[in-house]
Ligand binder design. Structure first.
Ligand SMILES: NC(=O)c1ccc[n+]([C@@H]2O[C@H](COP(=O)([O-])OP(=O)(O)OC[C@H]3O[C@@H](n4cnc5c(N)ncnc54)[C@H](OP(=O)(O)O)[C@@H]3O)[C@@H](O)[C@H]2O)c1
Length: 303
């Protein structure tokens, strides 16, 4: 069997998080290949010294075997916007079939796989029960990945990630438009993670001796969505958005936003902190411009 180049990294879906992670790995002299769908995104990667691969996972037949020569794979591509399955993940796994399997795959999934937990604190032992098609697609992707990896002796790690915040990832346009939010007493619990802390978790998950396992990823400070919008508005010097009742929200909010407001849960990040030994640099998005640096933030401190 042909030797695989040591320490080769592929990021499938090398967008916002992928580019931030590539910068961290490049600073450690680790070469990175980023897979994107469009030539425009590929040019963006090339300009940063990230080797680019253009593959549309919705039309995968074009390049069989493209994914099969890497040691470490981070899979960050989202499922399609419709349906209850993730054919992109299936296409990626079929491409792996035609090459040499990687050592490990780290997958960014979402916390939507848990569905509504009525505000309860949940660990990774919480049964999955996605209420939205968005959550169902992710669960399908998780199951396809685990089953392929187990069959091929490839290590896997699933990261169940909630709302990502960070530079260029703030709802400023929405705030400028004055789009309403749910009044605070109706607003469900949501969880968040800063983009750079998520990058650190992804890298730690790839390097950990623990494998074939699932981590809840969060900054340990669940809050409600309305409070988040208020904090960002205050920090950005924008007016706070108007609030509406849940009934009125059905008329004025987008289907996408309503799907995010359907679930309420507080995610414990205890397993992630204990096993991956990551120290978060950002907690509780207190300021949109001067992100809080508060060291190790554990959800159990707030339980
Ligand atoms: N935003 C959140 O709060 C949140 C929460 C939990 C999980 N996540 C998930 O975290 C992951 C990383 O997020 P992100 O912000 O880095 O996402 P992002 O900036 O939107 O990047 C997604 C990447 O996937 C690529 N992609 C999309 N469709 C593809 C296809 N058919 N074939 C090949 N590549 C395709 C895109 O390529 P092009 O640029 O060429 O289109 C892009 O590089 C995503 O899966 C996201 O859904 C996000």
């Amino acid at each position: 069997m042909q030797d695989k180049p040591h320490n080769t990294v592929l990021i499938v879906g090398c967008g916002y998080i992928g580019r931030r992670m590539a910068a961290v790995l490049q600073a450690q002299n680790i070469p990175v290949t980023g897979c994107v769908r469009s030539r425009q995104s590929a040019a963006r990667l090339d300009s940063r010294g990230i080797h680019s691969l253009v593959v549309d996972l919705d039309r995968p037949a074009a390049k069989p075997g493209w994914a099969g020569a890497f040691d470490e794979v981070f899979y960050f591509a989202p499922p399609p916007a419709q349906g209850e399955q993730d054919p992109r993940m299936q296409a990626f796994l079929q491409a792996l079939d035609k090459g040499m399997p990687p050592r490990r795959i780290v997958y960014i999934s979402t916390s939507a796989v848990y569905g509504d937990c009525q505000g309860a604190w949940i660990s990774e032992l919480q049964p999955v029960n996605p209420a939205t098609s968005r959550g169902q697609r992710r669960l399908h992707a998780e199951r396809c990945l685990m089953s392929w990896c187990d069959e091929h002796g490839v290590q896997w790690t699933l990261l169940r990630v909630p709302g990502i915040y960070g530079p260029e990832k703030l709802p400023l346009a929405r705030l400028r438009e004055g789009t309403p939010v749910l009044r605070e007493q109706d607003s469900p619990y949501t969880n968040r993670i800063h983009a750079d802390d998520l990058v650190a978790v992804c890298i730690a998950a790839m390097r950990s001796t623990r494998t074939n396992t699932i981590y809840n990823v969060s900054d340990g400070h669940p809050g409600n969505m309305t409070d988040y919008f208020f904090k960002v508005a205050d920090a950005a010097g924008l007016p706070r958005p108007p609030t509406v009742s849940r009934a009125a929200a059905q008329q004025v909010l987008s289907a996408g936003m309503l799907s995010f407001l359907q679930d309420s849960r507080r995610m414990s990040n205890a397993k992630m902190l204990d096993e991956l030994q990551v120290a978060h640099r950002h907690c509780n998005c207190r300021s949109a411009t001067d992100w809080t640096v508060s060291g190790r933030c554990a959800s159990r401190d707030y339980a």
